[in-house]
Design a protein around this ligand. Structure first.
Ligand SMILES: Nc1ncnc2c1ncn2[C@@H]1O[C@H](COP(=O)(O)OP(=O)(O)OP(=O)(O)O)[C@@H](O)[C@H]1O
Ligand SMILES: [Mg+2]
Length: 567
């Protein structure tokens, strides 16, 4: 199926010449190309896509583009020289113009369809045709795959214009959301959490689009005004961009036998998933049904560990539905996300997200996505009752595995050899009652203080005498549990490796995208540096600026503490 003739690149690539070919990995939707396609041969109109794994699309270039940033870290990992980001060809390609893309790159990219399920419920109404056949990458498109230093990566533009899945949207992403996604992906990577990565970010100096937003300083939940913002293209990179929702799309079609190839298309996309995301971990000599069982086990492991890690660093995805859940088990779609500052188990920055996707509910949301993943594999096991039963058991075991992961995450955060439910529950209650900052609290605790007053700098309120006594009691219990008198140094060191000092604080990111809108990208560079080293101590200057409780004026502020528009 996969057409794979890409070659390894030499270290430190300085030109685009070595960039590998886009893999035409599977069935293209060729039967129903858009009769209305524009003179550039591209499809900019919403339409139903009934079959095939992708639709060829050409990005719509950013007019009057300007380079904003690239990730030195990812460049280094891919073996690319930083100077490449400043070359004309690179800038053209990653601002959406493939006209001069050097061979063996193709002159067009591809967009994929996916299905939507929200918290385990299947939806079909979210496209103009109310069938689900027009739902998918509405403004994201991959432009090639390549092998860099022995590892295969897919590169995808976000905001590169309309696709048949655009549903009437403009196909664009604004600079605000693009800066957030660009920085967040690399910050998560630095935190040690699997994620799509950021390659580059370009902005248009001439094209703007409108998005609903807030008045300066507004405390409204809903945005009050339309604000125009420059459009941007960020490029994200991952082994593949296959989402649970994508498997769901093909499984739904297979279940209802929507066309003669439906089951085959499901099988092909699952094979592609194994090839791109699980090769090396799945025994390809096994029968396909046994491979599927291994796949489900591996994804269960990756997904549960991912979500436990999200909680570890205070991350809330915000909209963890099936189409924002990559089947490779990493984090994707940094639009509705946020990081919990003042600890609240129901923290949810995205006003459209609801409690079911809130901070400490994410394990349950993950369970729903995992169930949909398993359900998508079922049509492939319809003649294999034994394997089907095994799959159901793996599905039913998710929540237990998730619990274990969450428990060991708390144990790790607290430097405990074993999870202690009483200690953790008491702690979370105390954190809520004294309004502790989630990440600063754990960082200060990592110094293993003797006196509870050392923790007060992480509280948003002045604790009462009674609360201080409760804290001291908890601290004493905890110190006994970690054997602090003898192991203080080693526990402290280990805790600092899992409790980050520098994490995402939305109010410190806002000025970076605001200044970028004025053409000043210095703060983006500064944030890249700071967030790239989350576990290390940095200079006093950095500490004073970035290791701080959120100032009161940013609480309840639209666009900072919550947002309704993430695009
Ligand atoms: N401006 C837009 N134009 C066209 N389609 C859009 C636009 N904004 C969002 N969409 C599409 O709407 C759907 C839901 O949007 P959502 O915010 O989850 O995704 P996203 O942030 O665009 O993308 P992704 O999940 O690829 O990171 C997606 O299928 C997305 O492609
Ligand atoms: Mg999305």
């Amino acid at each position: 199926m996969a057409h794979d003739n890409s070659s390894d690149l030499n270290p430190k690539v300085t030109t685009m010449k070595g960039f590998a070919k886009l893999a035409d990995y599977s069935l293209v939707d060729s039967l129903n190309a858009d009769p209305e396609s524009d003179s550039d041969g591209n499809e900019h109109h919403p339409r139903q896509v009934f079959s095939g794994h992708y639709v060829p699309v050409k990005p719509t270039p950013l007019p009057g583009f300007e380079y904003v940033a690239h990730s030195n870290t990812l460049f280094e990992e891919l073996g690319l020289d930083d100077a490449l980001a400043l070359t004309e060809t690179f800038q053209e390609v990653f601002s959406g113009d493939l006209l001069n893309a050097p061979a063996p790159m193709l002159k067009s990219g591809w967009a994929t369809g996916y299905a939507l399920s929200i918290y385990g419920t299947e939806y079909t109404q979210q496209c103009p045709f109310r069938t689900g056949n027009g739902y998918g990458d509405g403004r994201a498109m991959s432009i090639f795959e390549g092998v860099f230093k022995g590892k295969r990566w897919e590169m995808q533009l976000k905001g590169g214009g309309r696709t048949p899945y655009c549903r009437g949207g403009d196909g664009r992403a604004v600079l605000r959301s693009s800066v957030r996604e660009f920085l967040a992906q690399e910050a998560m990577h630095a935190l040690g959490i699997p994620t799509s990565r950021s390659l580059s970010l370009f902005v248009s100096k001439t094209e703007q689009v409108h998005r609903p937003w807030y008045h300066e300083g507004s405390q409204s939940t809903d945005p009050e005004i339309m604000v125009s913002n420059p459009v941007a293209i960020s490029t994200r990179v991952a082994p593949s961009f296959i989402r649970v929702g994508q498997l769901e799309l093909f499984a739904r079609r297979a279940r209802t036998n929507e066309h003669p190839n439906a089951l085959k298309e499901l099988e092909m996309i699952v094979q592609h998933l194994i090839d791109r995301e699980y090769k090396g971990e799945i025994d390809l000599a096994l029968s396909f049904s046994k491979q599927l069982i291994q796949l489900a086990e591996l994804f269960r492991e990756r997904l549960s560990s991912l979500v436990a890690n999200w909680i570890r660093v205070g991350y809330c995805q915000g909209n963890f539905n099936g189409d924002n859940c990559p089947a490779g088990g990493y984090t994707l779609d940094y639009g509705p996300f946020g990081f919990c500052e003042m600890f609240d188990p129901t923290f949810q920055p995205w006003t459209g997200g609801g409690r079911h996707f809130s901070f400490l509910n994410q394990p349950l949301a993950a369970q729903q996505n995992f169930s949909m993943f398993c359900k998508s594999l079922e049509p492939l096991l319809q003649d294999e009752p034994k394997a089907h039963e095994e799959l159901l058991q793996i599905r039913n075991g998710f929540i237990h595995m998730m619990e274990l992961k969450v428990e060991s995450m708390w144990a790790l955060k607290l430097g405990l050899a074993q999870y202690d439910s009483e200690l953790v529950l008491q702690l979370l209650k105390l954190m809520v009652s004294t309004r502790a900052d989630f990440n600063m609290f754990f960082r200060e605790l990592s110094h293993v203080p003797k006196d509870a007053s050392a923790l007060c700098s992480t509280f948003y309120i002045e604790p009462t005498e009674e609360q201080l006594t409760q804290w001291q009691h908890w601290l004493n219990q905890w110190r006994i549990a970690i054997n602090a008198d003898e192991q203080q140094d080693s526990v402290s060191k280990a805790m600092k490796q899992v409790n980050p000092k520098y994490t995402w604080r939305e109010w410190l990111i806002v000025p970076a995208y605001q200044q970028a809108e004025q053409g000043n990208y210095a703060l983006i560079k500064e944030l890249q540096k700071v967030l790239n080293n989350p576990y290390q101590e940095q200079s006093q200057e950095v500490e004073d600026k970035y290791y701080r409780l959120r100032p009161e004026e940013f609480y309840r502020m639209g666009g900072v503490s919550h947002y309704s528009c993430s695009s």
